[in-house]
Design a protein around this ligand. Sequence first.
Ligand code: ARG
Length: 288
Amino acid sequence: MARILVCCLVVGILILMDDIQAQKKNQTIDLAKLAKILRRPSLKTRVIGGHVTTIDKLGGYLVAMRYYNNFICGGTLIRDLIVLTAAHCFENRNVKEGWTVEGGISRLTDSGVRRGVKDIIKSAEFRMTTMNMDVAVVLLSRPMVGKNIGFLTLCSTPLTTGKHLVVSGWGMTHPDNTGPDQLLRTVTVPVIEKRFCRNVYRLSAAITDSMFCASVLGKKDACTYDSGGPLVYDRQVCGIVSFGIGCASRRYPGVYTDVHYVKPFIEKGIKALLTRRSGRTKIKAPKY
Ligand code: ARG
């Protein structure tokens, strides 16, 4: 379980462990063989199977979320004032004033439309220890409008095994990396059968009703710093990048928050954020 919690830090190590373990099945490892595994091109060049893209090609819905100028997570514009992201992005980062959200950028160094954060609502059911209900909605200081800005609707298509969806972000493209990537990348991944996913994760994490799994094992996946970003089907946001053991692991799929399942939270959250903003009535924060 601890491994899940530090998923964003130990990704590289876990990938190697995974590969070494796979190797162990048939033979013991000697150093030469180990070096070969590490040098294997599929690992070195694996962009977790995706390709570089631009924000306009993507549709402008992805935003970069920074905390005191450090890139932390992706997010999805679902209204001009509202961003959907993962709750775990805010763990130990609770100062609203520290956050900025930037839209309309392809490279992380580009300058796009930058907004402050006025309010954050995380699901009250979210727990870092289980990653259950890893979802949050964010109210921007001003509407996000301008060049290369677009929006997604919430998923209304039920997810079935094998359906292909598109995930994108500035996440790591190499297990040795330590920070996010400067270039925006995207990759198409299929939904993986829940029973299978539950089973592979059973010793490390419970795959709850608020989660589903997607990836091409050993080939295509999201990675650290893709968190909070959307998994998209037909201009709808259906998943939120949440966690995984390793990236593009041969054993462990990527785990996403099921937007369809958490829709009641998102809709109530949006209402609460927008009502608070207009300040027409002083309502008590609803419980989630
Ligand atoms: N927890 C990671 C983050 O904060 C996301 C990891 C996604 N991993 C994966 N294999 N799909 O960026």
